[in-house]
Design a protein around this ligand. Structure first.
Ligand SMILES: NC(=O)c1ccc[n+]([C@@H]2O[C@H](COP(=O)([O-])OP(=O)(O)OC[C@H]3O[C@@H](n4cnc5c(N)ncnc54)[C@H](OP(=O)(O)O)[C@@H]3O)[C@@H](O)[C@H]2O)c1
Length: 437
């Protein structure tokens, strides 16, 4: 194997070997001790591997140290990827995604790796993220909302997805999360990835919707005030606005990063070609597009059919996929054709009773049987199904109880779906079922 047989890394021009060597268990005190680790790394390089993947938290830094030693004299032949976020050492403030910690973490990694540059530096998103779109506003029991959010954090969900519109009423979810940051979560700010969005409809005023500089940057300031934070981790343009040039929208997003009010940029609901243009415009301004947020589930396969998987692959952008349970249609709650009193289909303008058609019930029951054969619930099957795509960085779920979180996150305990099962799911996973598209 030689580098000329390599593949392009994301949207970059860099060629890499098809295989990467992971160094998670390498280093002094790890399963693979220092001498063996160096021997393995040298054997990998000799065999043509050009990417070594490590992290500051792998064996608490020992992995980076041994990678640095093994690469002495060979650094220029290799692309080194490392990561930050997890706790290093005993001090709980030595972790997270804050600017202060990122700068400290990268300096420590450079020192351990004995290099003056890292080729690939990554932000980890948890497998599941929690969105506060529905039932996180006034009119719902505060104690339940608090319980769900704290339970999510205890279960390892570090990414909370918000928007200026979430409530009801608009802005209520960000105010609620701000309140929780003050009372409970603020001390973990550096461990949280908080996202906000602007650009969705808030009022008839042209400045309270759309993709103009005025609308986006003033909304971000408002969200920061409601959340009571200095910065959000990801700031999204919520939906494309064809009345504003993409140059204006992307320059406002890039300025949000330059002004220190957002660490990363995302877009949402963009078609693949416009998403690609946004990536290029942002990149020209030195701000990479981190993520694209789009709906994706067994019943909504637009991501597959309209080129978003290929966009994500080719442009190196992560997909944050929302409504993976089709707002609850891919659970067992509507299987008997009844709508439970407090279910979303009974109480939301976004999922209405007319979604519970005979077609829907037949497909959901068939999918439920496939899940039962695997010993799991339909919800767990549906979540595993979206996560099978390597382009998906995180599945963005909602929940109206802590029980739902416990139940749904157990999806990770089941074996991957086989090709045969995926084929069976395809039969009933018909795009548009029950979903308003
Ligand atoms: N960018 C965008 O334009 C956009 C648009 C929509 C959503 N989003 C984001 O995506 C997030 C998630 O969306 P979503 O809430 O539609 O996701 P979802 O995970 O498809 O649906 C979650 C809902 O399904 C029901 N549910 C969950 N687990 C269940 C279980 N085990 N058994 C029975 N029912 C269960 C609950 O509703 P009930 O119990 O109330 O029935 C829950 O609130 C949002 O909060 C938001 O952050 C983004």
């Amino acid at each position: 194997m030689t580098i000329t047989e390599g593949r392009r890394l994301g949207r970059s021009g860099v060629l890499v070997s098809p295989l990467t060597l992971g160094a998670m268990n390498f280093g002094e005190g790890a399963n693979t001790g220092e001498a063996d680790s160096i021997e393995i790394i040298h054997a990998a390089l000799d065999a043509g591997i050009t990417v070594i993947d490590t992290a500051d938290a792998y064996t608490q830094g020992a992995s980076e140290v041994v990678v640095g030693k093994a690469l002495r004299g060979r650094r220029d032949d290799v692309l080194v990827a490392t990561k930050f976020h997890n706790q290093i050492g005993a001090n709980p403030s030595h972790q997270g995604n804050s600017r202060r910690w990122i700068v400290r973490a990268v300096e420590d990694s450079l020192r351990r790796l004995q290099t003056d540059h890292i080729d690939l530096y990554q932000l980890d998103l948890p497998t599941f993220s929690l969105g506060l779109w529905q039932k996180f506003g006034t009119g719902y029991a505060y104690d339940t909302q608090r319980e769900i959010i704290l339970r999510a954090f205890d279960l390892g969900i570090t990414h909370f997805d918000l928007a200026n519109r979430y409530g009801p009423p608009f802005r209520a979810a960000e105010k609620l999360f701000g309140r929780l940051l003050k009372s409970d979560l603020g001390r973990y700010r550096e461990e949280l990835v908080i996202s906000s969005k602007a650009g969705g409809f808030l009022s008839d005023s042209p400045y309270l919707q759309g993709g103009s500089r005025k609308s986006l940057l003033s909304s971000l300031d408002h969200s920061l005030r409601d959340l009571g934070v200095d910065y959000v981790d990801i700031f999204y343009h919520h939906r494309p606005d064809l009345t504003v040039t993409l140059e204006e929208t992307t320059s406002a997003l890039a300025d949000a990063v330059r002004h220190g009010k957002a660490l990363y940029i995302g877009i949402s609901n963009y078609a693949a070609d416009r998403a690609h243009q946004a990536t290029q415009l942002l990149s020209a301004q030195g701000v990479p597009l981190l993520v694209h947020q789009h709906r994706y589930s067994i019943f909504d396969r637009w991501v597959e059919t309209e080129g978003l998987l290929s966009f994500a692959q080719e442009d190196g952008v992560g997909l944050v996929v929302f409504s993976p349970l089709a707002q609850g249609l891919l659970t067992d709650k509507y299987l008997d054709g009844e709508i439970p009193q407090n279910a979303r289909a009974a109480a939301s303008t976004f999922l209405t009773p007319d979604a519970i058609t005979e077609d829907y019930i037949a497909r959901a029951r068939a999918l439920n049987e496939i899940a039962a054969e695997r010993g799991q619930s339909l919800a767990q099957l549906a979540l595993q199904w979206v996560l099978r795509q390597p382009q998906v960085s995180t599945a963005l779920i909602g929940a109206s109880s802590a029980w739902q979180l416990d139940h749904n996150l157990a999806a990770l305990q089941f074996p991957p779906l086989t090709d045969e099962e995926l084929g069976q799911i395809d039969e009933y996973g018909v795009h548009g079922t029950g979903v308003r598209v």
